[in-house]
Design a protein around this ligand. Structure first.
Ligand SMILES: [Zn+2]
Length: 132
């Protein structure tokens, strides 16, 4: 399970809308199951159907997460026109079996969907994502 404060959910949705039609991406940091920080990342793919986080920004965020005594709990990105479910490419590029892959879908612009998955050796399992 992953627990996300409503303000973080809104931050991710706003970033996704701002970067639309391209996908938005970022890192969720926290402790245990609770997200305490959201790092917005640049999608260097600049694509409506894929994302790749800027390596320098990612490294900087990971260093800060460590120095704060937090962990990288998740990686999020947006889907502009498809459901909040991992694409074939998302599965292929899911390098961290221990982190949550959070996907926000703007398919229904007025009612963004958000879901969280673990992806291990190509196998997707959905986990509960609680917005508080
Ligand atoms: Zn995706």
């Amino acid at each position: 399970m992953l627990i996300l404060k409503k303000e973080f959910f809104e931050k991710i949705v706003n970033q996704s809308k701002r970067e639309s039609p391209n996908e938005a991406c970022g890192i969720l940091a926290g402790k245990g199951q609770i997200v305490e920080k959201v790092y917005e990342m640049t999608n260097v793919d600049k694509s409506p159907s894929s994302f790749f986080m800027d390596a320098k920004e990612q490294l900087k965020a990971i260093k800060e997460i460590r120095s704060l005594g937090l962990e990288m709990l998740g990686i999020y990105h947006s889907h502009i026109a498809s459901p909040a479910y991992p694409s074939a490419k998302d599965i292929e590029l899911a390098f961290y079996p221990e982190v949550s892959y959070v996907i926000v879908s703007l398919k229904d612009k007025d009612n963004p969907q958000i879901r969280s998955f673990k992806i291990k050796e190509g196998i997707i399992s959905e986990e509960e994502l609680r917005i508080i």
